[in-house]
Design a binder for this molecule. Structure first.
Ligand SMILES: CC(C)(COP(=O)(O)OP(=O)(O)OC[C@H]1O[C@@H](n2cnc3c(N)ncnc32)[C@H](O)[C@@H]1OP(=O)(O)O)[C@@H](O)C(=O)NCCC(=O)NCCS
Length: 251
């Protein structure tokens, strides 16, 4: 028998969750624990698909959608490797949707690089990106895939050096709320926010105006545009798609 349980109420399931997450997206156990044990009664929190009350077979995490209290993001959806193709992915999603609907949410959002077909099959359709908070966004670290998404909020504790929040603050802000993210980004230095910038999907207006040229002196010509950023020399850019589904509580 399958059930979906909140991880914060069933902490004995933590090791099982770490195992199925790490067999798909390898991270140190400490980093993994750091992110999944944030689960608490408010978003973000983890849901675990359990078989016969004790075996962890699936996992997903719910996170907040900013400015839309009726929406929720589902992420890090995974089924144990040996159990795929048996309907458990559908169960994780449908049970998570019902859980979300019971909690009063009306829409479920997600983003994906390569499982569009799976989610479409489950009733999701493509949509515009939404801003989220406390989210892992995408588990894998392809570090800036081509995207229609707001800049990803990457969790602290990632094993990917090039996603290290301390090394790329404007691209991978750590997991903090939107206000902190804006502050970190915009108070940091002019090199990060030298013009209107997108910080975690929110457009942040520059508040300090740079001094204009001295009176009577022609302004210097604008600098040439920067060269395109090489995202990766070996991997092709992957596009992240956003998808959503309306959910209704079935009693
Ligand atoms: C994606 C994942 C959760 C799917 O779980 P699963 O248990 O293998 O999927 P299910 O067996 O429940 O499939 C449910 C339905 O979706 C269909 N389906 C599965 N993958 C599909 C795909 N890539 N495209 C289209 N349909 C798909 C199945 O045929 C099945 O159809 P049916 O219910 O009509 O028979 C699982 O493969 C997984 O953990 N992958 C690695 C982690 C990952 O990529 N997560 C998604 C991150 S965005």
């Amino acid at each position: 028998m399958l059930s979906i349980l909140a991880l914060h109420e069933n902490t004995h399931l933590i090791d099982g969750c770490v195992e199925i997450l790490n067999e798909e997206w390898t991270r140190s156990k400490a980093a993994r624990l750091h992110s999944i044990t944030k689960s608490c009664s408010t978003l973000p929190y983890s849901l675990v698909l359990v078989e016969n009350e004790s075996t962890v077979v699936g996992y997903c995490r719910l996170a907040k959608v900013i400015s839309d209290a009726k929406s929720v993001l589902v992420e890090s959806v995974v089924v144990g490797k040996k159990r795929r193709g048996q309907g458990l992915g559908r169960s994780v999603m449908e049970m998570a949707e019902q859980h979300a609907a019971r909690e009063g949410f009306q829409r479920v959002y997600l983003c994906t690089k390569d499982k569009q077909g799976f989610y479409q099959h489950l009733g999701y359709s493509f949509c515009k990106p939404v801003n989220t908070v406390g989210a892992m966004m995408l588990e894998t670290c392809d570090c800036a895939p081509e995207t229609n998404t707001p800049l990803p909020v990457e969790d602290l504790g990632t094993d990917c050096k090039s996603c290290d929040p301390t090394s790329q603050p404007a691209i991978s802000p750590s997991n903090m709320d939107i206000q902190e993210t804006r502050n970190e980004c915009c108070n940091r230095t002019e090199t990060v926010c030298s013009s209107d910038s997108v910080c975690n999907g929110a457009t942040v207006k520059r508040t300090e105006q740079s001094p204009g040229p001295p009176q009577g002196v022609a302004p210097p010509p604008p600098p040439p545009p920067p060269p395109p950023i090489a995202l990766s020399s070996t991997k092709p850019a992957l596009r992240i798609d956003w998808m959503m589904k309306n959910v209704v509580h079935i009693s």
